[in-house]
Design a binder for this molecule. Sequence first.
Ligand code: AHG
Ligand code: MN
Ligand code: MN
Length: 335
Amino acid sequence: MNNKIETLDEFIIKTQSSIPDSSGSFTRLLRNIGIAAKIVNREVNKAGLVNILGVAGSTNTTGDDVQKLDVFANEKFIETLATSGEVCGIASEENQEFIPVTPPKNKKPQYIVVMDPLDGSSNIDVNVSVGTIFGIYKRKSPSDGPVTLDDFLQKGTDLLAAGYVLYGTSTLLVYTTGHGVNGFTLDPSIGEFCLSHRNIQMPVSGNYYSVNQGYYLKFDLEMRRYIDHCSDLNLRLRYIGSMVSDIHRIMFQGGIFLYPNTRKYPKGKLRLLYECYPMSYIVEQAGGMALTCKLERILDIELKSLHQTSSIVMGSKNMVLEMKEFVERYGAVNQ
Ligand code: AHG
Ligand code: MN
Ligand code: MN
């Protein structure tokens, strides 16, 4: 039996050649994301000790309270990426506008990073799991000029890589470059992410459904019918309030995650660029599916603005297909 531990850095270097167009720059960028994740992890773990908890007193661009740890995570990721020399622009859920990065002399970085630096911010104060979501694109504009809004308005299908970090009972980094999904658990004793979940395959069906049942009456008829169906089947309802954590369960145990449009959020709440695209890319790579409540494939939706939101239903393939049947059967009533 081969017991050799494979670290994230070793894995990234080993698999570099399978990524078309890949360069040392892309490899270094992925490694830098791993470093930023470790810095944020350290703060998440000691949050209670250093009085970093609590509302920072501002609201983010989609109107949610910003917790202090959101601000910290946002700053650390931006700082690490901006000084890496591999990134020409960053867009974050916490910033209204994209951030152009001035490259070091003699460098023309090609990569754009999009991120939700801290997902599940309402969980911070109560010591429940939070996460980070990221996506990597290649810029479209010429590399000798500044980045433009169009560099960021790319669809999910244009992603080169996407991943999430789950700061849970242990800290995990899960990512894909379009060749399967792999998970790495942080070993705190050596400070390294170590390969722990190779080629993750989501079960085609499962026993869990994950939705904010509190909004049930605000959902469209077809979604209510589908949720009733999940309940009739005695599926187990789990809702952590951090899509990273909720999807992570489904990645391994199978199930379905729904954040439908509501009366309060007629176009859905979750942001395409920072949440829906990267998570859908990972879910599809693991064999799952991700659609809107109007049955469009999430990764194909055209992006018109940085903070555009969408309804989303994602998870085990057979369960998403069953949800689709409910929309086809009951959706017309609502048109
Ligand atoms: P964030 O903390 O980055 O704002 O994201 C929270 C998101 C998502 O992760 C979660 O599934 C959802 O918002 C929870 O929203 P509700 O409280 O409306 O259910
Ligand atoms: Mn989020
Ligand atoms: Mn967030």
